[in-house]
Design a protein around this ligand. Structure first.
Ligand code: HEC
Length: 132
């Protein structure tokens, strides 16, 4: 791809561009890996609702990937700091914190009830802040 850019841009500009984008993707992957790890553990313990779209953890997982995650990465690729930062990583950071809260709560309640079904049935409503 760099060869294509080199038709019009000089090497330092091109290398800086790819360094910036790759670093942002790497940064995003840290959040995504943490989210995936929690999802995997919750699933293994039966702590994700069968209707995933009524599950606050899963909804956040989706937004972290599909909405703010996309803006975080593409915002950097397209030279748009407002999207990369405020509509991107800033919201990704909030998602992961809310996901951690739900994860911790469910793990704690599993210890208390000893049944994943009971944990999900007795969970208070957890409104998800969506960042459309
Ligand atoms: C055919 C020539 C051409 C090619 C090929 C090209 N660019 Fe550009 N690029 C331009 C021009 C001209 C501008 C300035 C456009 C403007 O300011 O309206 C620009 C602007 C940019 C900017 C915005 C710079 C800024 O400070 O706003 C980035 C980033 C960029 N190009 C990256 C790339 C990358 C990465 C590639 C390869 C994948 C690429 N360009 C390929 C001609 C090209």
């Amino acid at each position: 791809m760099k060869q294509v850019c080199a038709t019009c841009h000089e090497a330092t500009f091109i290398n800086n561009y790819f360094q910036r984008v790759d670093a942002q993707v790497k940064n995003y992957n840290n959040y995504f890996n943490a989210a995936n790890k929690m999802l995997k553990e919750l699933k293994a313990k039966g702590l994700i609702k069968s209707d995933v779209w009524s599950d606050p953890f899963f909804k956040l997982y989706y937004y972290l990937w599909h909405h703010e995650g996309r803006r975080m990465r593409q915002g950097a690729a397209m030279g748009s700091p407002d999207y990369a930062h405020w509509h991107g990583v800033f919201q990704v950071m909030q998602d992961i914190r809310e996901m951690q809260d739900i994860y911790n709560y469910r793990m704690k309640m599993l210890k208390k009830y000893g049944s994943a079904k009971k944990v999900l049935e007795n969970e208070p409503p957890m409104p998800v802040v969506t960042h459309e």
